[in-house]
Design a binder for this molecule. Structure first.
Ligand code: PEP
Length: 250
């Protein structure tokens, strides 16, 4: 039985004070409301430490949005997995489509980051997803399979891995994949992972869906057999919206 996981990706939103306020309100609900799924929130780097302090008691997983694949060095503007682990992060999101699209992250770079983050004791949420053009050209499965295989190259233990399937055309657009479309890709990801890591490991792997998940569609999406929760962007910035999604996951 896989425990569902819902993570709020706050992207480049909120000052430290605003982040602490939002995190405090979410922690009060998650900590007191008998939530059974795993919940994470991913504020910006400057807010991580302060947010970590106000959510610690609630069991919410402090999550970072990115990291570099080296521990230290001359990489101006970057933050390492080692630093995130020391700052109290449990998870790091890697390979988000906005990183791939706007910052030139290839699956090869994502793979270096995944390996480093796992080696530093972080759990990883590795994002994959096809563009609208790729979906319309009928290459969704090929694209996702390639991203999964490249992202997991030389990764032997996936105990601390979560994969997020996020169709690029559904992120921040209000368009959501139907639950059947999402289930089809999730099942294909699980089959790909089974081919790499074995059936047993793949059956334990949690695969989140992301892309305009909201209170009104969360329950249906999360009811699909291979969908183990969600990575939530826009709707994670409002306590009521986020909590409705968390509650839909259990
Ligand atoms: C995301 O950025 O991971 C995401 C799913 O965004 P949204 O929910 O806003 O589509």
């Amino acid at each position: 039985m896989r425990r569902k996981i819902v993570v709020g990706n706050w992207k480049m939103n909120n000052t430290i004070a605003e982040s602490v306020e939002l995190a405090t309100a979410i922690a009060e609900k998650v900590g007191n409301d008998g939530v059974t799924c795993e919940v994470g929130i991913a504020p910006t780097f400057p807010a991580l430490h302060e947010v970590g302090k106000v959510i610690e008691w609630s069991g919410i997983a402090l999550t970072a949005q990115n990291c570099h694949y080296e521990n230290d060095g001359a990489f101006t503007g970057e933050v390492s997995a080692r630093m995130l682990a020391a700052a109290g992060c449990r998870y790091v999101i890697l390979g988000h489509s906005e990183r791939r699209q706007y910052f030139g992250e290839t699956s090869r770079i994502v793979n270096l980051k995944v390996r480093k983050a796992l080696a530093e004791g972080l759990k990883v949420i590795m994002c994959v997803g096809e563009t609208l053009e790729q979906r319309e050209n009928g290459v969704t499965e090929a694209v996702i399979t390639e991203q999964v295989k490249e992202g997991l190259a030389e990764v032997s233990d996936i105990t601390n891995l979560v994969i997020a399937y996020e169709p690029v055309w559904a992120i921040g657009t209000g368009k959501t994949a139907t639950s059947e479309q999402a289930q089809e890709v999730h099942a294909s990801i699980r089959a790909t992972v089974a081919g790499i890591c074995g059936e047993q490991a793949a059956s334990h792997l949690r695969i989140q869906y992301g892309g305009s998940v909201k209170a009104s569609n969360a329950q249906e999406i999360f009811s699909m057999p291979d969908i183990d929760g969600g990575l939530i962007g826009g709707a994670s910035l409002k306590v009521e919206d986020f909590m409705a999604i968390v509650n839909a996951a259990g």
